[in-house]
Every structure is written in C-alpha cells, then in structure tokens.
Design a protein around this ligand. Structure first.
Ligand SMILES: [Zn+2]
Length: 350
C-alpha cells in the first residue's frame, strides 16, 4: 500500500515573522489542519513549527497515529527539519550540532528548501552534512527552477527525496506530498532511512497566498480590537487596526502576492542564472511550437550553456576563495562541490 505524507507544515505555534514582529508566521489551527489533511487524503502529517515542537504535540493529541512531531530549526548554517522528535532543539547551533541532537533522540533530519532565495537555507552544505532526506519539492517554490535544481543535486547526493507543502495556512496542507510504502509513521521512518520515498502533488497556487495575506490581516485586526477592548496598549493596537484594516481591502492581498511572487522570480533569476537558463530552455524545447518557429539556433544555445556554466563555476569559485574565514574548514568541501557542479552541469542533456 502506498501512502502520502506532508512532511512540512506550520501551525499557530510557529511564532511571529522575523522582520515584522506583529505578523504571525502562521495562524493554522490544529483541528483544521487534521480536517484538510483528511479531505485531501493525506495519510500522515509532520508538524514542523519554527524552533518548537509544541504545535506537533498539540496536533498529535488530536490524531496520534497520523502525526509526526517535528520542528524547523534555525541553525547557524540554515534551516533544518527535525522529524520524529520528543524534545525541542534550540535554534542557533551549527548544522552539525543540530543534526547530532536530532539523532541523539532517534529523529531524522531533512534539508528544507535548500536553495531558497528567501529563507535561511543550507545551500551546498547539503553535499557533506549527514542528512537523512532532502526536500526536493517545496510547495512554495512556484518558480520551477529551485525544485528542479534541488532534485538534480539530490541525484548526486542520493538522500531520500521528500516533498513538503511548507503550509502556512490550513488550505495549503497536502498541496504536495511524499509517497512511501506502508501507512504508519514507522513505515515512513523506514522508507526515509532506506531512501525509498517519492514525491507528488503541485506547488501552492498564487490565490492561496493571497488568501493567506487576507486571513492574516483579519486575524491581526480581530486580535488588536480585542486588545483595545481590554485596555491593552491602545496606541499600538489602534495603529494595527488601521494597518490591518487597509491590508484586507481585497485589492491589497492580490497586489502583495503578485509583487512578492515577481520579486521571488527575479531573485531566482539573479542567484541561479544557469539553472534558470536550463529551465527556460527545457520549457522551450518541450513546446514544439517555438521550435517550429525556427527561432532557436542550437549552436547559440550550446554556446550560451557553455558560457553560463563556466561563468557560474568561476563565480562560485571566486566566492569561495574570497571567503577566507571558511577556507580551512571548507577546503575539501569546496573542491568536491566544484567537481559535483561540473559533473551536474555536464550531465544535463539538451
Ligand atoms: Zn517552513
């Protein structure tokens, strides 16, 4: 029997945004998360709040056989998901220390969105860390480039391939999922250990992020009004009522989602030019109409790929050499990393 698990879900216990302390990271309620998972036929859900397992414990009380207690831990080197945890792991440790602490309690470690351009991520450290799985499909990577890159890199690293919705609202739960043989949390644990997992589902649609902004605005407004009625910090809460009131005018969440999406796409283009080129090229080649148009010169494409891969390689080498502080510890990694990159680049079929 093949089952589905969403390995990356946030709840209202995830705390507030790092940049805007009055905005909650997620307002998802445990009972609603369970309902949505049931509706979408997701058999197991891992609750992975930021730096706490409290959400996982609360959701587990409602559906003990369906919930994996986890945490998205902010390490000095980027975020790491700990799954099957009994105790919270503090943020701020190195990736290695964090992985050790997860393993001490029998848990599993996963690199969430390793090449994210927004979240603190492990990037190429996934090549040498002792991780159990890589989130090769993150629900928030609508660009297509980052998930594809992670998938390609994991062909070299060969850890368990996992998908997580990274749901920040209830309706995002199960948008994408990991498939595995069996049905229990124990079966999922074994499947990850044996690297016998697969991925399915799709990325989070833009309208769900619009609704996320809208729901969050409504939540802040309600909470601030309640605080004003109780006489708490009236000046600050009046400001929040006005701000959140403006943010829920339907035009605002729509615009915010479009602008953030555009910003994300541009950032991906800038930080991953080679991967972006290959992705677009692949789309063009898949789309026969543009080939019939005969506007693509194959030599031109080959030259572009060659130049971009060389530029990308030189750029990465240059960054590594400039980073003298890390030179001693990273020296081995740097060479294998460059080799892997060259290998990956040459392995892509055009
Ligand atoms: Zn997350």
């Amino acid at each position: 029997m093949i089952s589905k698990a969403d390995i990356h879900i946030h709840t209202k216990y995830s705390g507030n945004s790092k940049d805007f302390s009055f905005i909650p990271d997620s307002i998802s309620r445990p009972e609603k998360i369970i309902k949505v998972a049931e509706k979408k036929a997701i058999d197991l859900i891992a609750i992975t709040d930021h730096n706490t397992i409290r959400g996982g414990i609360e959701v587990e009380k409602l559906a003990p056989s369906k919930v994996i207690v986890g945490e998205e831990i902010l390490t000095k080197d980027g975020e790491i998901l700990g799954l099957f945890l009994n105790q919270s792991i503090p943020p701020g440790l190195s990736a290695e220390e964090t992985i050790e602490k997860v393993k001490e309690q029998g848990g599993l470690t996963v690199a969430p969105h390793p090449y994210s351009v927004i979240c603190p991520s492990l990037k190429n450290k996934i090549f040498y860390l002792d991780l159990d799985g890589i989130e090769v499909f993150n629900g928030f990577h609508r660009d297509g480039v980052l998930n594809r890159k992670t998938f390609q890199e994991n062909k070299i690293i060969r850890k368990a391939s996992l998908a997580g919705s990274d749901a920040h609202t209830e309706r995002m739960v199960g948008n994408c999922y990991t498939t595995f043989e069996g049905e229990s949390p124990d079966d999922l644990y074994k499947a990850i250990k044996k690297r016998k997992t697969s991925i399915g589902g799709s990325v989070t649609p833009l309208f769900q992020t619009m609704l996320w902004s809208w729901n969050t605005g409504c939540h802040i407004m309600k909470k601030s009004i309640a605080d004003i009625l109780m006489g708490k910090d009236i000046k600050k809460n009046t400001g929040l009522v006005i701000g959140s009131g403006l943010s829920v005018i339907p035009f605002m969440p729509v615009m915010a989602a479009i602008v953030i999406n555009r910003y994300h796409t541009k950032k991906v283009e800038k930080e991953y030019p080679f991967e972006n080129l290959i992705f677009n090229l692949d789309n063009k080649l898949k789309n026969n109409r543009s080939i019939d148009g005969a506007s693509i010169d194959i030599n031109d494409i080959a030259n572009k790929i060659y130049l971009t891969s060389i530029e990308n390689l030189i750029f990465n080498m240059d960054c590594n050499f400039k980073n003298r502080d890390n030179l001693d510890t990273d020296i081995d990694m740097r060479h294998t990393d460059i080799f892997n990159k060259m290998y990956a680049n040459s392995a892509i079929e055009v």
